[in-house]
Write a protein that binds this ligand. Structure first.
Ligand code: NAI
Length: 446
């Protein structure tokens, strides 16, 4: 690790910094909410001198979050939350901006955890996590479970004077968590009584779900499918498995592109909503024979199975945008197929089932990440606005919060929506004093 520069870092190549700057600047154009927060942070410096260690995907959008925190006065360190997602030019650029970055695309497990160690060595007062690897490592140390941490972290902790190990975790006011997987881990820690500080579940905020799951996944799932196949959606029959946050986004966008959309569901409430929204609703067993394109977004296993493959039309295309690659039963497809897989284009594989061609996209993995670019910057703007305001909130209220996973306060969610509307130049009404009184009173019935 290079300690000769103004800030410590471990990145691939500082020579990439200029290319990184241009990419970060491009993303910034589509992040007006974070920009408004940055302007306020510049004036108020609410994070003055606060040490923040962030373990997030090192991307252009994350760079804008880091710069916002720095503008608020924070002393920021960033390490990767995934060894493969680091954009090396972005990492280099942030170092030139005085942010300690420890992330190299393709880093091995040892280096990945060395970088997490650097995040701990920073003695953070606030941590930001995406998958709970940083907070998890911190707690393993606090619990004395040295066998459960990476060797590099274990060796470092062993070299610390007695008592300092506990000081590290005691110095943390709280953390934020970006994703569902991390929230699940942290809730399990809270349930076991081992979580030592409050965590704000950025993932659970309304502004995050609305943009990430509905609009982001809605658009990027179709984008991935179109890039892989160059299909024309108009006039085709698209079957959407699951009418949750993501499914609603995809179904609506597919209809907008002229497709006839069928929804499958297991929850009567969601199925009713899909029906009243004007979609055809039926079991997958029936839809299987009608669809030209199938997209699963349920978070469930085996949504498309053997009997469904057998019922499909010649040429049917099957894709998944749910988190894990278990929604389409690929082993069953391989079992029932007499031929395949035959790769026709990148991410496009054909099987032959009883003489009919069935096409699987992206090997059943998240199609918007496999063959498109994930979420647009304007979607991440909302997530990262939540991150920035959650950090500020933790600083103010953290000591009074219990060591559990907390939802982001609704007032912050509303503030982010207000900033987004302001950036779009959309005004809304305010409650009059009379309306405030009316809505908060039980005595005024008429
Ligand atoms: P959600 O819980 O709002 O919706 C899931 C829906 O699927 C529910 O309505 C449920 O009743 C339905 N469902 C469950 N089993 C089913 C089955 N066998 N057949 C038909 N419907 C079924 O969840 P959300 O937010 O829509 O997320 C769905 C999945 O997408 C999750 O795995 C999530 O992690 C993933 N996701 C993917 C993103 C991406 O970038 N591709 C982004 C965000 C989430």
């Amino acid at each position: 690790m290079n300690r000769t520069m103004t800030v410590e870092h471990d990145v691939a190549d500082l020579g990439l910094a200029e290319a990184g700057r241009l990419r970060v600047e491009w993303a910034e154009r589509f992040m007006p909410v974070l920009r408004q927060i940055r302007e306020r942070f510049e004036a108020e410096r609410p994070l003055e001198g606060v040490r923040i260690s962030a373990c997030l995907h090192v991307t252009t959008e994350t760079a804008n979050l880091m710069l916002t925190l720095q503008t608020g006065g924070a002393d920021v360190l960033l390490c990767a939350s995934n060894p493969l997602s680091t954009q090396d030019p972005v990492a280099a650029y942030l170092v030139t901006e005085g942010i300690r970055v420890f992330a190299v695309k393709g880093e091995d497990n040892e280096r990945y955890y060395d970088h997490i160690r650097a995040a701990l060595e920073h003695r953070p007062q606030i941590t930001m996590d995406d998958g709970a690897d940083l907070v998890g490592s911190l707690h393993m140390l606090a619990l004395g479970r040295y066998d459960d941490v990476a060797p590099g972290i274990r060796a470092w902790v062993g070299s610390l004077p007695q008592g300092e190990q506990d000081e590290i975790i005691a110095g943390v006011t709280g953390s934020t968590e970006e994703t569902t997987t991390g929230i699940i881990r942290l809730r399990a820690m809270a349930a076991d009584g081992v979580l030592r500080f409050p965590v704000i579940a950025v993932n659970d905020s309304y502004t995050k779900h609305l943009f990430d799951n509905r609009y982001g996944t809605g658009q990027s799932t179709l984008d991935g499918i179109l890039r892989a196949t160059n299909l024309l959606l108009a006039g085709s029959t698209v079957v959407v498995g699951g009418y949750g946050w993501c499914g609603r986004g995809v179904a609506t966008r597919a209809r907008g592109a002229g497709a006839k959309v069928i929804v499958t569901e297991v929850d009567p409430l969601r199925a009713l909503e899909a029906t009243m929204d004007g979609f055809q609703v039926m079991p997958m067993a029936e839809a299987a024979a009608q669809g030209d394109l199938f997209i699963t977004l349920t978070g469930d296993i085996g949504v498309i199975r053997r009997e469904h493959f057998l019922a499909m039309k010649d040429g049917a295309i099957v894709a998944n945008s749910g988190h894990f690659d278990v929604e389409i039963d690929i082993p069953a497809l391989e079992d029932v197929a007499e031929a395949g897989p035959r790769e026709l284009r990148p991410y496009v594989e054909e099987y032959v089932v009883h003489g009919k061609r069935i096409v699987l996209l992206g090997r059943g993995r998240l199609i918007n990440l496999a063959s498109a670019e994930g979420h647009p910057a304007s979607v991440m703007d909302m997530s990262f606005a939540n991150q920035a305001l959650a950090a500020e909130y933790l600083l103010q209220k953290g000591p009074a919060l219990t060591a559990e996973v907390h939802r982001i306060p609704i007032a912050i969610d509303r503030e982010i929506a207000r900033l987004k509307l302001a950036s779009m130049d959309i005004g809304i009404d305010c409650l009059t004093d009379e309306q405030e009184r009316y809505l908060s009173s039980w005595e005024q019935g008429t």
